[in-house]
Design a binder for this molecule. Structure first.
Ligand SMILES: [Zn+2]
Length: 620
């Protein structure tokens, strides 16, 4: 017994040494010390997160373009802290002229922003002047006690901006209504209240909440939304109700409503206002769209444990959007069965034609690319892949965008191989995700991936969040092999599904899930100023052995192929995983058996594009 305890103590001590091995900000060290996070990678024994039920009534006036609403938020403060302040967020305030933004906007993007008409917390009334950006803190007269519930009631209104980004007017009578309700910001165990403004660059960080939404839309407007439609018979006329209901049961593409039918006043019930009721549980945001002329296509797809509704709403004639239902019938099962290999978690996915190329839980808003189906499909794949990261996993995208964009980029590449073939997928990934980054030698590109997303901009933000992060995941896949990589990824996903992981939870979950100490790899990829650049220092052949000394000039631990061309014209290729950099990330010596006389060699990283490919070849 004593031996066992001693053994356990040694194990814990070893894990602690490993944990200390990676740089960790002081506030996050505290979370580990407090036991809300754990060096095994799992949520700590003291882990908590807050959440709420949002009961909302939202009305969209198609004439004035004003969205107005009222909500009763049942908030659970599961934290050990009394909350003396309540932090509210309203992302569409990005349109206010005074708000901080990451980029220039045209005048049509600007609007007046949110008016809070009333606000009560646990029955106490608060005055607010609505004079704030996307975040505001309200000093409470009575704190919300630790481990207690609070009721927050808000009435509000705001105008939809004429030019839409992630939300707003798509055309004069088509609206994408996202982030449309004042929400309680995340209060977490490592930062307390999240008070970072939304500037349109970094994306979002939300609690897992449940939503009961009643959306009032004018006659002849159809509402597409996250969540399940509870009252289709109250809002659709019988013929269209029949088509909609059939779409939930069939693989066939159903044209629920054409443009002509939408315009003829046949589709919705002929009330001045129809109230569309939706329910969505345990999701991180609630979004809807409405139009009086968009085409409505729908079908569904059978996954292992459930049938999922797939719908698209688009402008008549958008050739790529005519394909969307079919694309979703392909990508939902593909993601479920292959990568990440976790069943699509929702009951529905709706694609709406807009301008954002943006994901929302159970919805995407994509621009139309009718002349490039391959690219349009890839964007659809990318946005839907986000279902897993950030939505299934509760990622803090504002601080750690690589924890979601890197994965969506990786899954987009992997599904792209199945859709377009290896060669085209590689070519696309290189051109779209790597080439610009690797050929730009400026300092922005080489900031450590771990850098907080709010502290980088331009290409620094783009490369850290998308390309470099995705390359790191693909390098790890190559290093561990598909089976161990998937086992580790599933370990991480099981640990943190429905919670709020941070990068260290990912690193430690992958260590535990793979049964390996990968800290050398995390340090190499996430905590360094590395880039991709190999160089053949020396190569010689003797006794049917080829010895190659490779310098890792850029530093990233990448996989690569050595391509050998023999003097007789034949050639062969040998693959090396990032393992070769484990003990020395600067240099490696490769010994390859070479039965014939070697003419030349070439080191090819494939999608791991080299900054100076000219020194990757050598003629012997
Ligand atoms: Zn993305």
């Amino acid at each position: 017994m004593k031996k066992l305890i001693l053994g356990f103590a040694v194990l814990v001590a070893t894990l602690q040494v490993e944990a200390q091995d990676l740089y960790m900000p002081r506030n996050i060290q505290k979370a580990y010390a407090n036991g809300t996070r754990d060096i095994s990678g799992a949520p700590g024994k003291n882990y908590w997160q807050n959440g709420a039920i949002y009961n909302m009534k939202i009305k969209v006036d198609a004439q004035t373009k004003i969205v107005s609403g009222s909500e009763i938020i049942e908030y659970s403060n599961n934290s050990p802290d009394d909350l003396k302040t309540l932090v509210l967020r309203f992302e569409p305030n990005l349109h206010k002229p005074q708000s901080s933004r990451g980029h220039y906007v045209p005048e049509d993007f600007l609007s007046a922003g949110l008016t809070i008409k009333s606000l009560t917390v646990n029955g106490e009334t608060y005055q607010t002047d609505s004079n704030f950006g996307t975040v505001t803190g309200i000093r409470l007269k009575n704190a919300i006690a630790a481990k207690s519930k609070a009721e927050v009631k808000i009435e509000w209104e705001y105008p939809l901006s004429k030019m839409s980004g992630r939300e707003g007017q798509i055309d004069d009578s088509t609206f994408f209504v996202a982030y449309s309700y004042p929400k309680i910001s995340v209060y977490d165990d490592y930062n307390g209240w999240n008070t970072l403004e939304h500037t349109d660059r970094q994306e979002f960080y939300n609690d897992f909440n449940s939503f009961n939404a009643e959306i009032s839309a004018p006659k002849n407007f159809v509402v597409w939304s996250a969540g399940d439609l509870l009252n289709p018979e109250e809002v659709l006329q019988p013929e269209f109700l029949k088509r909609y209901q059939e779409s939930l049961k069939t693989d066939k593409l159903i044209h629920v409503a054409t443009e002509q039918e939408m315009k003829s006043g046949k589709v919705t019930q002929q009330n001045d206002w129809n109230v569309w009721k939706f329910k969505a549980e345990n999701i991180t945001d609630f979004t809807f769209a409405l139009s009086d002329h968009y085409v409505w296509d729908a079908s569904s797809v059978q996954l292992k444990t459930k049938r999922v509704s797939v719908q698209s709403a688009y402008k008549s004639g958008a050739k790529d959007f005519e394909q969307y239902v079919g694309w979703m019938q392909y990508n939902l099962p593909w993601f479920s069965e292959n990568w990440p290999g976790v069943e699509y978690p929702f009951s529905k996915m709706t694609a709406v034609q807009g301008f954002a190329d943006m994901e929302y839980p159970m919805m995407i808003n994509d621009s139309s690319m009718p002349n490039n189906f391959a690219f349009a499909q890839l964007v659809a794949d990318h946005e839907i892949a986000h279902t897993y990261f950030p939505f299934y996993m509760g990622i803090n995208e504002q601080r750690y965008a690589f924890m979601d964009e890197g994965w969506a980029t990786t899954f987009e590449y992997l599904i792209g191989i199945s859709e377009q073939g290896q060669e085209k997928a590689d070519e696309f990934y290189k051109n779209f995700r790597v080439r610009r980054y690797i050929n730009d030698p400026s300092a922005e590109e080489d900031q450590p991936i771990i850098t907080m997303s709010t502290q980088v901009s331009g290409m620094g933000y783009g490369s850290n969040s998308y390309g470099k992060a995705s390359l790191s995941y693909l390098a790890l896949k190559d290093y561990l092999g598909d089976d161990v990589f998937k086992k580790a990824l599933h370990h991480y996903m099981d640990n943190w599904n429905g919670k709020h992981p941070i990068p260290w939870d990912f690193f430690y979950s992958m260590n535990t899930g793979s049964g390996q100490d990968l800290n050398w790899f995390w340090k190499n990829w996430f905590f360094s100023y590395h880039y991709i650049d190999l160089k053949i220092e020396n190569a010689q052949q003797s006794n049917q052995q080829l010895k190659i000394d490779v310098d890792n000039v850029g530093g990233f631990a990448i996989p690569f192929d050595v391509k050998i061309t023999y003097t007789d014209g034949s050639s062969e290729s040998k693959h090396f995983t990032p393992e070769v950099w484990k003990n020395n990330e600067k240099k490696t010596s490769l010994t390859i058996s070479a039965p014939k006389s070697v003419k030349s060699i070439n080191i090819d990283g494939g999608i791991f594009m080299d900054y100076t490919p000219e020194d990757n070849q050598k003629t012997l």
